[in-house]
Design a protein. Sequence first.
Length: 113
Amino acid sequence: MSDILARVAAVIESRKPEHGGDPATSYVAKLFSKGDDAILKKIGEEATETVMAAKDARVSGDASKVLYETADLWFHTMVLLSQFGLTPQQVIDELGRREGVSGIDEKASRKEQ
Ligand SMILES: N=c1c2ncn([C@@H]3O[C@H](COP(=O)(O)OP(=O)(O)OP(=O)(O)O)[C@@H](O)[C@H]3O)c2ncn1[C@@H]1O[C@H](COP(=O)(O)O)[C@@H](O)[C@H]1O
């Protein structure tokens, strides 16, 4: 896994109340203190902003906002993973498990079950 993902995940984990995260000084601690709904709301917002940035980029030809909004989306999904005791490494492992398995073949195999 990228060193950055591991480092950011470690900082996110350290912001939990049981590790002394302070909502007054930490955005992540503030999200944890608000709970599931606040985290999920941010993911919904960032997903929508990513979609809007992509639509805009098709008009403007400037894809930089797609990058920034995707970073916001990834970051907030990392907070969600931490909230559920999961790690980015587990997501990477899942992608690795799927590597080379055609999405079309996988979907067809589901229908046969
Ligand atoms: N990568 C990020 C990161 N990306 C985005 N954000 C914050 O996510 C928030 C939401 O972005 P929006 O564009 O929706 O802005 P907004 O409308 O002001 O947000 P809201 O008021 O609606 O929450 C902003 O406050 C951003 O600063 C992040 N906040 C923190 N991190 C990482 O998390 C670490 C810990 O952060 P703290 O807990 O704040 O120290 C940091 O060192 C960074 O590595």
